[in-house]
Structures are given as structure tokens and as C-alpha cells.
Design a protein around this ligand. Structure first.
Ligand code: DGJ
Length: 733
């Protein structure tokens, strides 16, 4: 899949789906040539013209005045003579801030190497991927940057990362170390990204790329609710099913930055990596620094194909949990039903009713530990709240198990409350600036997870509990942004490392616990989807998508999330109405259809439902169980976007043989005398005949995909209606 042509010094990475082409040009600079649809042969057609551009520095002696780093399309730019954003920046022992990188050697190997201490994609079968490592060297400092590219056999994606080694004799300080950078030629580029807030995660924004730098990122210590580590370059003509899309994401859960920089000639530099703001890293001689992995995806057939590539990559080559490919259980969580106000007596009828309905896991959320009666205490004290549960957690777990369900428990391991035994014993374990009281967030402090002893202590506390109480599922929460990012355990010159060391420490503890308890299903959470990223998915195969459980708001949240993350990774629950976050009333059927479009569960007080509602729940649960293999693991298609002007939102899943599919269509606004929409499905086999639940007759895939049918007028009566269509292959009539 990866070839090197020595006469032109050209690398061609191709798997028949995409091509990625690099070339070593004059002065041994690694340049970018092409990323896009696969081409069988590369014979040097695209050459960057040697023009003498004004105010563009040249290497001396300037025999080739046309060769300037300021104009060359590069692969891992270092900023010397190039005024665009560099991928790496260094402060040397003599105070100089520069690095000058030139090709030295390369290696092509089978498989996909792991990245030390970091989540990354993998190939269990060595033949399924190939990796190119190119060494770039700075001749005067001895710094070597090993830029790494991996290509998977049947996916239109390229993974990239860089390892920076100090082979010199002096320490240096990295002040920027990105994972990927590439320069694309002039085009009518747009950038699409996923932004939002708590309760409004991953909304789609799309805008033109204009001269200057568009940058998104996080300095919150997490990947954040505000800007998911993802963007896509598209064109104004790119739709879900047509046109080019180049996706870029980062397998990382901390401070990140993604930029799109249009330069003076309209070329576009695309970059992703650890956010350089507040970042620095001391690199002693012989030490090395590993960046997180970035993943580029290419589609010439719109955003759906780009998303499908990411979904498959994550499921097959990223998520390590043994539960990844298992159908996920239907869950009930007590949070919105009781908040902190629970006792065994209050939970018992919910548990009994849940078991009767066929729900498969009961999850006890926040409030079972220390003396936590509200959100003002006890984080860090991961021992039971004495007397809160009759028979304690073990008794509750037994009760849940006896009822036939599994038992799940909530933790927030990275935090400490000022009112906790842990904080009283170890006030210095919280992140805190010298001589100041740290800022609180939700009344709590952040533990300094860059410190081994802090992680070890929390890990040991959790293990004590996990070894005593039979727990099948853990919800790992994280409810504030980092502030006061200073570690008492590090010297002054290393304080710029704390945020990244925090993430490395977090990964180490999670790796330890998920390997020690492989049967436990872990779900990550950060006040909903504040840390919904590929880094966490590497360890935990599902994420609580948002604290906003309103079905209508969830349409946008789940639609945006699906750009990158497969539905099986998105926790989605039916909650009570009026909705606790926005007060909206929606029907049970609407709430269930939205929640069923992903990893399904409930989060409401079952004892408050009428008999009729309980019967409906029983039907929903049976329906989801019948179709969840398809919903959780089918190929996902977005049909209609809630971010467009149309009346519909819609999506669906199709199984690999295209013999089963399910589509969900939603209307959110009532219309008198409605304009009628034609619904068209996607992903079916054109010539295959199908039946469709709710429609009379037998239709070919092409009729269903191209001709379509009018949505039934009742769907416009009243706000917020859902329609579900189960599509089944059948013989020709
Ligand atoms: C935030 C989570 O997103 C909620 O689901 C719930 O677990 C609360 N934290 C508990 O404090």
C-alpha cells in the first residue's frame, strides 16, 4: 500500500480508495503533493512552480530563488522562513526559538504501531495496515521528528502522529508539537465543525474559509462541550451524499487545537494537535515526546461516507473494550428520577419495574458515597455513604442481580470536594496555583492526575470497592473544566506540561482499571458530552452524549455527534416530561424514537408512569431488542438535517448485506394545511425488493431511495412526531 519512488523521492500511500502523496524536494524538505481519490500511478504531474515570490525567504546561497518554505506545500512545517503556522516550535538552550527540519531517512513497515501512553488506532492483523515513518532532522540541535503515517487496507483514512526525539546534547523546550499538518491547494473550501456548550453539544456550523486563520480548540483540560476535536473541509456543493469532504480529528481528550489557515495564495494549511496555549515540554537529551494521533478521512461522495469511514475505523481499529462489538444492554439510570434523594425503599420499585419491563442494567448515579447528599461534598471519598442504602451497595447489587439485571455505578474519579476526607488529608493533591485558593467548579477541585501517587490512591480506592461489590458497569463522570493548572510535584520549568501529563495520567489509570476489570462496561461522561472524543472511546466503548435529554434538542446533538461517532457509542435515554433541562413536552413515542436511534436507555421514575405508559415502555424495549443489532452496528446514514431549513430530521441504519434497514423520520413543528415532504431512504440495494413497516406493498431499493413516498400528513399534526420504518428484504412479488 505504501511505495517509495527514489528517483523523484515520492511516497505514495494508496489502498485503492484514497491516495496520499508526499515528496522530498530541494533542500530535503518534506512536501505535500496530494490527498484525495485513489490514483493508480503518480508520475510527478503536480509540481509546485518555482516562482520567486516577494518577501519569501530562500535558502542561501539563493541559487533557487523560487524555492521558499513560505510557499511550499509542506507536511510538518517548522516555521523557518515560513510565516504560516508551524507544526513544531522549540526553545533551545541558547534561547533561540527555531528548528529547521530536513529529510534524513524513512521506513515502511507492516501493521500499525501503538503510541506509548496514548490511545491510538491499531490493526490486529499485521496485513490490515501499513506504516510509513519519515525522520526529519534539525542539523544544529540534533532534534529528530519522526512523522508517522498509517494506512488501513479498506478504509479511506490516514492516521498521523509525530515523535520528537532530542538526539542533541542540550535540553530543549517544545512549545508546540502538533500531530498533523498538511497544505492543500487553492479551492472553494468551507470548514464544518462541531461546537456548542453544556447541554448543546456538537452543533454543526459550516462557514467559508477566508484568508487568515480559523482556529477552534480547548484549553479546558478536556476535549470540551464547546469544540469537539474535529473539523471537515468541504465545498459549498458538498452534501451528505455528494462532493468532497476531508475530515480531521484527534485521538485525544485534553487541550486541542485544530486550525485552517488560508495563506496569501489561497492555499490552505490544515493542522491538529495539542493546543500550544499554556503548553511546553522539557526535552532532555535522549528523551522523546510523542504527540497524540490525528486521523484524516477522505470522501468524494459527501459527509455520510466520511462519517461511515470514521465509524468503521473507531469500531474496528480504535475501541479496545471487549464490549465494543457486543450488543449493548438497555439501561435505566436513577439520576433524573431521584437525583441525590434516594434510599433503598425509593429505588426498589424502580428496580422491580425495570426488571419486569425487560430493562437490562440498573445504574446508580451520583450520591452513594462519603456523605454526599448534594453536589457540595465527598468527591474523593469512594467508600459508601453509611446507612443510605439498606444492606449497602452490596445489598443493592444483589437485589438488582436477583431481579435479573446488571448493576452499574457512577464515579467521578478525577475530582475532590473541599468537604471530603481526601481533601482534608491531602489538600496539596488538588491542582492549585501557589499561595492561592483554587477556583471551584460545581463546588469541587480537580485532582492532580499528573501525579502518580494521586492516581494510585484513587485507583486503589476504586479497586477496593470493585473487589467487594459485583459491579457490571461504570459511568466515569467529570464535571468541571481544569483551572489552576499547576502541579506541586513539578519544577518551574515543567509547569507547561501539567495539562498534558494530566491526560496521560488519566489514560494510565483508565487503562489500568479497564484491563483489571475487562468485564465491566465503562461509559465515559463529562457533564454529558464534554469529553466525547476518540481518546476516551479507545478505553470506554460508550459515552453519555449530553445531559440534555430533550428529544428535540437531541436531534441536533445526535445528528452532529454522528458526523464522527457511531450511534452505538452515544448513550441516549428517555426522560420525563416536561423535560428537566428545557421544560419541553414531547410524546413518549418521540422520546423513544430519538433515544432508540442510539444506545438506548431510560432515565425517569418508572413508579410515576401510568399502566398504559408502562405497556408502551414494554413494547419499546421489545422493539429495541429486536432491532438493536441493526441499530447499533448497521451502516449509519443521515437523511435530513435538523440544521437545514426543511421540516424533517431523519437517519437510519442498513445492515451489511442490505437486507435489513431501519429509518427514523422526525417532524418538530406542527403545520396547518401542511406542505408534504417526500421521504427517500438511503443505502439499500437498488434491485432488491423490500417491505416497509407502515407502507403497503413491495418496493425495490431504487424506488425507495429515488422515488420515495409522501410522509403521512398526521406527522405534521402537533409538534414533534416520530415515524419509524423497518425495511426488510423480500422476494420479488
Ligand atoms: C453529570 C452527568 O452528566 C449526569 O448524567 C449525572 O451523572 C450528574 N453528573 C451527576 O452528578
Amino acid at each position: 500500500m505504501i511505495t517509495y519512488e527514489p528517483t523523484t523521492q515520492t511516497f505514495h500511500l494508496t489502498n485503492g480508495l484514497i491516495s496520499y502523496v508526499l515528496q522530498i524536494t530541494a533542500y530535503d524538505v518534506l512536501t505535500h503533493v496530494y490527498f484525495g481519490q485513489a490514483v493508480a500511478e503518480i508520475n510527478g504531474l503536480r509540481r509546485y512552480p518555482m516562482l520567486d515570490r516577494s518577501f519569501a525567504p530562500n535558502y542561501a546561497p539563493a541559487t533557487t530563488r523560487g524555492y521558499s518554505l513560505d510557499t511550499q506545500p509542506q507536511e510538518y512545517p517548522c516555521g523557518l522562513g515560513d510565516y504560516r503556522s508551524p507544526a513544531v516550535d522549540v526553545r533551545r538552550a541558547d534561547g533561540g526559538q527555531y528548528v529547521d527540519l530536513h529529510y534524513r531517512t524513512h521506513q515502511i513497515s507492516a501493521g500499525k504501531p501503538a503510541l506509548p501512553g496514548l490511545p491510538a488506532t491499531f490493526a490486529t492483523d499485521q496485513d490490515a495496515a501499513e506504516t510509513l515513518t519519515i525522520d526529519l532532522e534539525d542539523p544544529t540541535s540534533g532534534l529528530v521528528v519522526k512523522v508517522q503515517y498509517s494506512l488501513f487496507q479498506s478504509l479511506p483514512v490516514i492516521t498521523r502522529s509525530a515523535e520528537i526525539q532530542n538526539n542533541g546534547t542540550q535540553p530543549v523546550t517544545l512549545t508546540k508539537a502538533l500531530s498533523a499538518s498538511l497544505d492543500l491547494p487553492l479551492d472553494d473550501w468551507e470548514v464544518l465543525h462541531l461546537d456548542g456548550s453544556w447541554g448543546r453539544e456538537r452543533q454543526i456550523t459550516r462557514q467559508r474559509v477566508t484568508p487568515g486563520t480559523f482556529s477552534l480548540g480547548s484549553t479546558r483540560g478536556t476535549s470540551s462541550h464547546q469544540h469537539n476535536p474535529f473539523l471537515a473541509l468541504t465545498h459549498p456543493t458538498t452534501t451528505e451524499d455528494q462532493g468532497e469532504a476531508i475530515g480531521l480529528t484527534l485521538i485525544y481528550s485534553g487541550n486541542h487545537q485544530m486550525t485552517v489557515e488560508e495563506d496569501q495564495f489561497g492555499s490552505v494549511r490544515l493542522q491538529a494537535g495539542i493546543n500550544p496555549e499554556h503548553f511546553s515540554w522539557q526535552l532532555q537529551p535522549q528523551a522523546s515526546f510523542q504527540t497524540p494521533e490525528a486521523v484524516l478521512a477522505y470522501s468524494s461522495t459527501g459527509l455520510n461516507a466520511m462519517s461511515q469511514a470514521y465509524h468503521r475505523l473507531f469500531l474496528d481499529h480504535l475501541m479496545t473494550s471487549r464490549h465494543t462489538h457486543e450488543v449493548r444492554p438497555i439501561l435505566i439510570n436513577n439520576w433524573e428520577a431521584t437525583y441525590f434523594d434516594f434510599t433503598t425503599e425509593r429505588l426498589t420499585p424502580i428496580i422491580q419495574q425495570a426488571a419486569r419491563l425487560g430493562i437490562e442494567i440498573f445504574v446508580l448515579d451520583d450520591g452513594w458515597f462519603g456523605h454526599r447528599a448534594n453536589d457540595r461534598s465527598s468527591l474523593g471519598d469512594w467508600f459508601e455513604f453509611p446507612g443510605k442504602l439498606t444492606g449497602g451497595l452490596a445489598g443493592l447489587a444483589q437485589q438488582v442481580h436477583t431481579s435479573g439485571m446488571k448493576f452499574g455505578l457512577w464515579f467521578e474519579p478525577e475530582m475532590v470536594s473541599p468537604d471530603s476526607d481526601l481533601y482534608r488529608q491531602h489538600p496539596d493533591w488538588a491542582l492549585a496555583l501557589p499561595d492561592t485558593t483554587p477556583l471551584t467548579g460545581r463546588g469541587q477541585y480537580v485532582l492532580d492526575f499528573s501525579r502518580q501517587e494521586v492516581r494510585d490512591y484513587i485507583g486503589a480506592e476504586m479497586r477496593t470497592l470493585l473487589d467487594r461489590v459485583p459491579i457490571d458497569y461504570i459511568k466515569w463522570d467529570m464535571n468541571r473544566s481544569l483551572s489552576d493548572v499547576f502541579s506541586r510535584a513539578l519544577p518551574p520549568e515543567q509547569q507547561g506540561e501539567v495539562a498534558h501529563r494530566y491526560v496521560l495520567g488519566l489514560y494510565e489509570l483508565i487503562e489500568h482499571l479497564t484491563s483489571a476489570y475487562p468485564n465491566i462496561l465503562f461509559e465515559s461522561c463529562s457533564g454529558g458530552g464534554g469529553r466525547f472524543d476518540a481518546g476516551m472511546l479507545y478505553y470506554m466503548p460508550q459515552t453519555w452524549t449530553s445531559d440534555n435529554t430533550d428529544a428535540v434538542d437531541r436531534l441536533g446533538i445526535q445528528y452532529g455527534t454522528s458526523l464522527l461517532y457511531p450511534p452505538v457509542t452515544m448513550g441516549s435515554h428517555v426522560s420525563a416530561v416536561p423535560n428537566a433541562q428545557n421544560g419541553r413536552q414531547t410524546s413518549l413515542s418521540m422520546r423513544a424514537s430519538v433515544a432508540m436511534s442510539a444506545n438506548f436507555g431510560y432515565e425517569l421514575d418508572l413508579t410515576e408512569l401510568t399502566d398504559h405508559e408502562l405497556t408502551t415502555l414494554g413494547e419499546q424495549i421489545a422493539f429495541y431488542k429486536r432491532h438493536r443489532q441493526l441499530i447499533q452496528f448497521g451502516t449509519f446514514y443521515r437523511l435530513y438535517s435538523p440544521f437545514d431549513d426543511g421540516a424533517l430530521t431523519g437517519w437510519g441504519m442498513v445492515d451489511t448485506p442490505r437486507s435489513q434497514a431501519i429509518f427514523f423520520i422526525f417532524t418538530t413543528h406542527a403545520q396547518a394545511h401542511p406542505r408534504l415532504d417526500v421521504v427517500r431512504f438511503k443505502g439499500l440495494a437498488a434491485d432488491q425488493h423490500y417491505t416497509v413497516s407502515g407502507l403497503t406493498g413491495v418496493f425495490t431499493g431504487s424506488e425507495l431511495m429515488h422515488v420515495g413516498f409522501y410522509l403521512d400528513p398526521a406527522a405534521y399534526y402537533g409538534d414533534n412526531n416520530a415515524r419509524t420504518y423497518v425495511v426488510t428484504a423480500t422476494d420479488a412479488p
